[in-house]
Design a protein around this ligand. Structure first.
Ligand SMILES: N[C@@H](CCC(=O)N[C@@H](CS)C(=O)NCC(=O)O)C(=O)O
Length: 207
């Protein structure tokens, strides 16, 4: 059951949600077939894809006969299933809960702030850009304080929390959110990018 041979990930190269799963796969050296989903063409709203994820969103992980949508659920599944990914999910209840706290931030404030601002600028989504930028700056101010205390979000080694928070933070400038005021955040990004086998997300072309 924990044979990674049959892993497949339905994804899009500019999706930070997909990137967090791809990053864990790369760091843990888990072989996985990447399947491109043509979001601009609406492939994710076709019946064949909706069978895999009724929300019609990437990423979706396939492992044998098991299909799993939601990037944070995928991170947890990989870390619980494959020993090579287990180091990114601490064992103690307190640290695991702390990881979950930041996964909630990744699905909440990170999605509503920097990811939303990038959706407006990169994909032309009709969202309130000024509000998203304000949320991004509020969030990065919290990150700045947290990262002044420790090297990673949970303890002194990277966890799923860091992987989930990375892409939309690193690519915030694509949404016109500057990282200049946040030196601790930039240092944390650099620490992650220096990890062996680190995988960057493709840059979005300016509109
Ligand atoms: N909660 C989901 C959100 C995934 C998500 O927002 N995916 C975007 C790409 S980054 C998507 O598929 N958007 C298409 C749509 O919502 O129609 C997760 O964490 O995987």
């Amino acid at each position: 059951m924990n044979d990674p041979a049959s892993l497949q990930l339905y994804r899009h190269p500019l999706s930070g949600h997909c990137h967090r799963a791809e990053l864990l796969l790369a760091l843990a050296q888990l072989p996985c077939e990447l399947i491109h989903v043509d979001l601009p063409a609406g492939a994710h709203k076709q019946p064949a894809f909706l069978e895999k994820n009724s929300f019609g969103q990437v990423p979706v992980l396939i492992h044998g006969d098991f299909a799993l949508a939601d990037s944070n659920a995928i991170l947890l599944y990989l870390a619980e299933t494959f020993p090579a990914a287990a180091e990114y999910l601490p064992k103690s209840p307190r640290l695991r809960a702390a990881v979950q706290r930041w996964l909630s931030v990744a699905a909440g404030q990170l999605a509503q702030g920097p990811a939303a601002a990038r959706l407006v600028r990169v994909f032309g989504r009709k969202l309130d850009h000024a509000e998203a930028v304000a949320k991004a700056n509020a969030l990065f101010s919290v990150f700045e304080r947290e990262l002044a205390e420790r090297e990673y979000f949970v303890g002194d080694a990277p966890t799923l929390a860091d992987l989930a928070l990375y892409a939309y933070t690193a690519h915030a400038p694509e949404g016109d959110v500057s990282l200049e005021p946040y030196p601790q955040v930039r240092a944390w990004l650099a620490r992650l990018e220096a990890l062996p086998r680190f995988l960057r997300m493709q840059r979005a072309a300016a509109r």
